[in-house]
Design a binder for this molecule. Structure first.
Ligand SMILES: NC(=O)c1ccc[n+]([C@@H]2O[C@H](COP(=O)([O-])OP(=O)(O)OC[C@H]3O[C@@H](n4cnc5c(N)ncnc54)[C@H](OP(=O)(O)O)[C@@H]3O)[C@@H](O)[C@H]2O)c1
Length: 294
């Protein structure tokens, strides 16, 4: 049984990088997807890739700039007409520039805040009326792509760091405000990923440093959050570094220690106490990773 069969998932920034990878992963799991970014050619390539999988899911494409509310509103209206009520929205579009802060172009600072913070808020605001809210056993998911820059600020990335701290605050507030409306709010916080944002035109050239992840390595975190397994997961921050390490430990664990979270839990606590303490609240995700590990 496909994990997201018949669900409708909308993904911003899905023309390339992480958003593209997640969009394809959702479609492979049977979801109908709404794709948006500013570059039509890239969106159409993703659409073609999904259609060519032959799964029979529906794909709707509409360009929009996430900093312009009317454009996002228009795109989401079209997605609703094409695909019906939304089960999940992934606010993933993002942008970054690295430079000395005292010389940083002031307009660039505003642009980064606008894309990375207002863009997430606008995506929620535009999606709200289209999100399914009538079933507590099948809640709507609003997922943000954050960054490990939250808790690990980096020099020359002040604007980006500020924006990724801001979206955590935004999530905290939205999760409280909509607690009774069957919408959950969760975030995936990657470290370095082999995309144009990090490696420019070298993205995907096969020469990434080993510490840099492939976008596809993030898919399971989004799939978990969108799946029924995460119906009760709310206001979680998924730091991908910790869970990648958990994955690594799962693959090396003796079979009897990785049957499920209950047996893996004491084993993990013993061999990696710090990682255990970082991930223990997200046992359902660890269980999901156990089940997806060969
Ligand atoms: N790569 C990393 O190392 C890394 C690490 C941590 C977190 N992240 C986060 O991951 C998310 C995705 O980034 P990525 O690494 O996949 O970068 P990417 O390959 O550059 O993709 C960014 C996507 O966002 C879209 N986008 C940018 N500005 C937009 C705007 N104003 N309106 C609408 N769409 C816009 C881009 O399309 P158009 O340009 O066509 O609009 C593109 O589809 C971002 O939120 C980023 O902060 C990335």
């Amino acid at each position: 049984m496909l994990l997201l069969k018949g669900k409708t998932i909308i993904i911003t920034g899905s023309g390339r990088g992480i958003g593209k990878s997640v969009a394809i992963a959702c479609a492979k799991e049977g979801a109908n997807v709404g794709l948006t970014a500013r570059t039509l050619d890239e969106l159409n390539e993703v659409k073609d890739e999904i259609i060519n999988l032959g799964i029979g899911v529906r794909v709707s494409v509409k360009t929009a700039d996430v900093t312009k509310y009317e454009e996002i509103e228009d795109a989401f209206k079209i997605f609703h007409e094409d695909l019906g009520e939304f089960n999940g929205v992934i606010a993933n579009a993002g942008y970054s520039r690295m430079w000395n802060s005292h010389e940083f172009d002031s307009n660039k600072f505003s642009e980064i805040m606008s894309i990375n913070v207002s863009g997430v808020f606008f995506a929620f605001k535009a999606a709200y009326h289209y999100l399914k809210k009538d079933d507590k056993n099948n809640k709507s998911r609003f997922i943000t792509t954050g960054s490990a820059a939250f808790t690990n600020p980096m020099p020359k990335l002040a604007a980006y760091t500020a924006s990724k701290y801001a979206v955590v605050g935004l999530q905290n507030a939205l999760a409280l405000e909509y607690k009774k409306e069957n919408i959950t709010f969760n975030m995936v916080l990657p470290t370095q990923v082999d995309t144009r944002m990090l490696r420019g035109s070298k993205a995907g050239d096969g020469n990434k440093p080993p510490s840099v992840m492939n976008p596809q390595e993030l898919n399971d975190y989004y799939l978990f959050l969108l799946s029924n397994n995460a119906n009760k997961t709310d206001n979680a921050l998924i730091f991908t570094n910790d869970f990648n390490e958990v994955r690594n430990l799962i693959s090396k664990a003796p079979l009897v220690k990785r049957e499920n979270w209950e047996v893996f839990k004491p084993y993990l606590e013993e061999i990696a106490p710090k990682i255990y303490s970082n991930v223990k609240k997200l046992g359902r995700l660890v269980e999901f990773l156990i089940n997806s590990t060969e």
